[in-house]
Design a protein around this ligand. Structure first.
Ligand code: HSE
Length: 408
């Protein structure tokens, strides 16, 4: 698509973000983008837009040859897949924020883009307003990238901030995150870490060219955290955050997980609060760089969607350059993490799983240990699934085989 062509948009979804982008586009006339039709699921809901724009017939948009851009902002991942795959096959450019659908169909989506040579942009799917994907695609376009570590789910960060700073009960904080439009319509995706795992699946592709499935990523959300864990964190000066991490541990292996993490005050992630997201990019040359911004909510997410729509004016496509570096990066389970595990009953934890134990604490209310454990052992540990046990990793927990990197 070139910049002499007007963008005629078919919009799917008129929820928090769909209505946001509708309003934003009305106030951005210089973009020369016009929403021709909006496809919705519930025709009886009152909408703040002319009724003639709306339809419930997806095919009407998909088969409309005048529509050259589809903006997909629904939360049903299966329906989104139908919309996006058909649009790409029909030669339409697509902008999507549907991380669940993209992570689930990553390989097919890569193939569809290749086959149809169409743009498929999804900056809003990862960290809302923060340009993570485009940075990984365009700027960190070499093999000097060591790690991507971030708070990439706004709802859980909002909940943890409210609980730890205001003493708000979990259920109340979650309800607020839903009311503010941060949470998924199925909030278990947020609190169990699945949403962050979906986003990390996308990040792994743009950072390392890895095509994986969300299930390949070890993921624990915030539901098993216990109040005693916050007491431990406060005593040690840490903050507990749900952190997603992709860390190159040697030339080809990348550790990848979403886990509650103790973050110290020296980390940039320490002060990432409420629905904000923050991503630390570790590189061999530049050391660490940090990008920060709102990760959820109507207008922050709309800003990323708007930026993708604007990029279509000059025919921007992701090039997925990392897939062609000649280095076959893969996710590894063969590394060691330093962790904290708290429980009601120490006999619940199989201490044989640990390589070493640094600290053991036993009180009437709660027991904990800290120590080092091989990641594959941790993934398979039955005791981890017991909701009475909680796991928190220490930041920068994995041992990187630095000797395997050549000296500069
Ligand atoms: N539920 C998501 C979050 C929305 O809280 O981060 C933005 O992806």
């Amino acid at each position: 698509m070139t910049n002499d062509k007007k963008l005629i948009i078919g919009l799917f979804g008129f929820g928090v973000v769909g209505e946001g982008i509708y309003r934003v586009l009305k106030q951005t006339p210089t973009l020369q983008a016009e929403i021709k039709r909006i496809c919705i699921k519930h025709p009886d809901k009152e909408r703040n837009a002319p009724s003639g724009l709306f339809t419930t017939d997806a095919e009407l948009l998909l088969n409309d040859e005048e529509i050259n851009v589809v903006v997909e902002l629904i939360d049903d991942a299966d329906a989104a897949w139908h919309i996006v795959s058909n649009s790409l096959m029909n030669g339409k450019a697509v902008v999507s924020a549907n991380k669940k659908m993209i992570a689930a169909h990553l390989a097919e989506l890569l193939q569809l883009q290749e086959d149809n040579q169409t743009s498929f942009l999804y900056e809003a799917a990862v960290c809302g307003s923060i340009p993570v994907i485009r940075n990984l695609e365009e700027y960190y376009d070499n093999d000097m990238l060591n790690s991507v570590t971030g708070i990439i789910n706004g709802s859980t960060n909002y909940i943890l901030t409210r609980m730890n700073e205001d003493g708000m009960p979990y259920a109340e904080a979650l309800k607020l995150a839903q009311q503010l439009g941060f949470a998924e319509s199925d909030p278990t995706l947020d609190v169990q870490g699945t949403d962050a795992a979906n986003k990390l699946t996308i990040i792994l592709n743009h950072a390392y060219g890895i095509v994986s499935a969300p299930n390949d990523i070890m993921c624990k959300g915030i539901t098993q955290l216990h109040p005693a864990d916050s007491v431990y964190a406060k005593e040690k000066g840490y903050s507990i955050k749900l952190v997603a991490r992709a860390q190159r541990v040697n030339h080809t292996d990348v550790a990848a997980y979403v886990l509650p993490t103790f973050v110290g005050p020296m980390s940039q992630l320490f002060n990432v609060r409420f629905e904000f997201n923050g991503v630390i990019i570790g590189t061999r040359l530049a050391d660490e760089q940090f990008i920060y911004g709102k990760g959820a909510g109507r207008y922050p997410t709309s800003s990323a969607v708007l930026s993708d729509i604007a990029a279509l004016r000059y025919g921007y496509k992701y090039e997925y350059k990392k897939s062609r570096t000649g280095v076959d990066y893969r996710i590894t389970n063969d590394h060691v993490l330093r962790v904290y595990v708290s429980c009601e009953n120490m006999s619940e934890i199989d201490l044989q799983d640990f390589i070493s134990i640094d600290e053991t604490y036993i009180s009437q209310n709660r027991k904990y240990i800290t120590g080092s454990i091989r990641f594959d052992k941790l993934r398979k540990a039955g005791w981890l699934h017991n909701p009475a046990n909680s796991l928190i990793v220490f930041q920068d927990a994995e041992q990187v085989e630095n000797h395997q990197f050549e000296e500069l």
